[in-house]
Design a protein around this ligand. Structure first.
Ligand SMILES: [Cu+2]
Length: 488
């Protein structure tokens, strides 16, 4: 080594520059470096029957690379983030032999899927928590087309935040929507330090719980700022799911339009064109896009700032989610969007029982602890709401807090009602719907099948763990008792 070089290195060491780079330095360096988007991992189907998707999945800790020089020891399904991409057709049967190799108990919940109660993955209610080494087989029929997802329902803010989530896409081959390309995008975030150790789930204490903790690194299909290469003008169908534990995504493609054709429960009655796309936690959107740009150029897909309450926009910046790189081929001519309408028969409003659901956050007690409440009580003091099997209910969700709460109900789709108590147009089946701060949202639910105790909660998982969670008992109680435990 030459003496000049040696002196330079010594100087760097004196300045501290050659010390391990900090994560903020890395994030600055990497902010504009594109990585190629790896396709979602497809698991091995061990069942030869074309109408059955049968897979083995294990949860365990693994080193995951989310970008150049960015490695984290994450909690994973089968060693990667996101977990294996499960893709089947409407009417197929899904069988998942799931083994827990994590250091903690876990379960798998199938977000949005109309499963029998025994398959809902809620510990202590629909199944015992799965201890380390336990195996459980989830087995149910996929009755609805749409993009769904799976994640733990044990310490969910921690476990989802650490990397445990995956997409389940149910196609309807008869939907008649022909496009040039289909892309499934799993949006999330993760926080970790310079040595790749995960940010603790309780960081920031009670304030962190109230704000809803967001990971520093935004991920698309488990990568930072991946690149999607396409010919300009190609008609694509993007199915997007937000699996982050707290972060909302307000997606912008330099003002280019998104034609929204559906969401949580599949296609909506008619398409709607939007300039930006809001995907709150747990929600899904199904959109048609035909991004345009000069051949050879690049287009940024960004997450804009969205105010879901204090802590979500202060000192924050727009994030680059993904880059679209246009090939050198000339842009394709604009073409008409395919027809995507769906006949949806709304649930009958007349005769439905009104159920007030009031969300509050009283000032912290003497111990400095805060808890979100549903009708005056946090989850650990709650008694189930009740419904007779076949009862239709209008839930009047009143959010008295200063934060948004994406309301999620297990096991059923619902329909949003407007101020005049009419179904919101276009008609759409939802299982997750944002209730903005200081506002009221009404939803109509037909609790017409599958008796059982079903959870509902805010899908900002820090809020759910912080008390904003309860259950509805549909039909007579099972007679089994269980405790709703407060967080440790
Ligand atoms: Cu919330």
């Amino acid at each position: 080594m030459g003496s000049v070089l040696r002196t330079l290195i010594a100087g760097l060491l004196v300045m501290g520059v050659a010390a391990p780079v900090t994560s903020s330095a890395q994030s600055l360096a990497d902010r504009h470096r594109a990585v190629d988007a790896p396709p979602l991992r497809v698991p091995v189907d061990i069942n030869p029957d074309p109408s059955i998707l049968e897979v083995n999945i294990s949860a365990y800790l693994a080193d995951v690379e989310i970008g150049p020089s960015l490695k984290v020891k994450a909690w994973t399904y089968d060693g990667g983030i996101p977990g294996p991409f499960l893709r089947a057709k409407i009417g197929d049967r899904l069988i998942v032999h799931f083994t827990n190799r994590l250091p903690e108990a876990t379960t798998m919940h199938w977000h949005g899927v109309r499963v029998p109660i025994e398959m809902d993955g809620v510990p202590g209610i629909s199944q015992p928590p799965m201890q380390t080494g336990d195996t459980f087989t989830y087995d149910f029929v996929l009755r609805d087309a749409g993009l769904f997802w799976y994640h733990p329902h044990v310490m969910s803010a921690a476990q989802v935040g650490f990397g445990l989530y995956g997409a389940l896409q149910v196609d309807n081959p008869a939907d008649g929507i022909t496009v040039d390309d289909e892309v499934t995008l799993v949006l999330s975030d993760i926080g970790f330090n310079t040595v790749g150790a995960l940010e603790p789930a309780e960081s920031g204490g009670p304030a962190g719980m109230v704000f809803g903790r967001e990971g520093e690194y935004v991920l698309v299909n488990g990568r930072r700022t991946p690149t999607l290469t396409m010919r300009a003008g190609t008609l694509q169908r993007w199915r997007i799911v937000n699996t982050a534990k707290s972060r909302f995504f307000l997606i912008d493609m330099d003002g280019q339009p998104f034609t929204v054709i559906g969401g949580d429960g599949g296609l909506q009655s008619t398409p709607v064109t939007e300039q930006t796309l809001l995907v709150t936690t747990g929600e899904r959107v199904d959109v048609l896009v035909a991004p345009r740009g000069v051949p050879g150029s690049t287009l940024s897909v960004r997450a804009m700032l969205y105010n879901r309450g204090y802590g979500s926009v202060q000192y924050r910046d727009v994030e680059e989610l993904m880059r679209i790189r246009f090939t050198d081929a000339p842009a394709l001519p604009a073409r008409a969007m395919p027809a995507t309408s769906r006949r949806i028969v709304p649930t009958m409003r007349a005769g439905a029982t009104e159920v007030p659901v009031v969300l509050t956050l009283p000032p912290a007690g003497k111990d400095g602890k805060s808890a979100f409440r549903v009708n005056g009580v946090p989850y650990w003091e709650s008694k189930p709401f009740t419904a007779a099997l076949g009862e239709r209910q209008v839930w009047i969700l009143r959010n008295d807090t200063d934060w948004d709460h994406p309301f999620h109900l297990h096991g059923y789709f619902f329909m949003q009602l407007d101020d005049r108590d009419q179904p919101v147009q276009p008609l759409a089946w939802k299982d997750t719907l944002n209730v903005p701060m200081k506002s009221t949202v009404r939803v109509l639910i037909d609790l017409n099948e599958r008796p059982g105790e079903w959870m509902f909660h805010c899908h900002i998982l820090d809020h759910a763990e912080g008390g904003l969670m309860s259950t509805v008992q549909v039909g007579p109680p099972s007679g089994k008792t269980h405790e709703h435990k407060p967080p440790q």
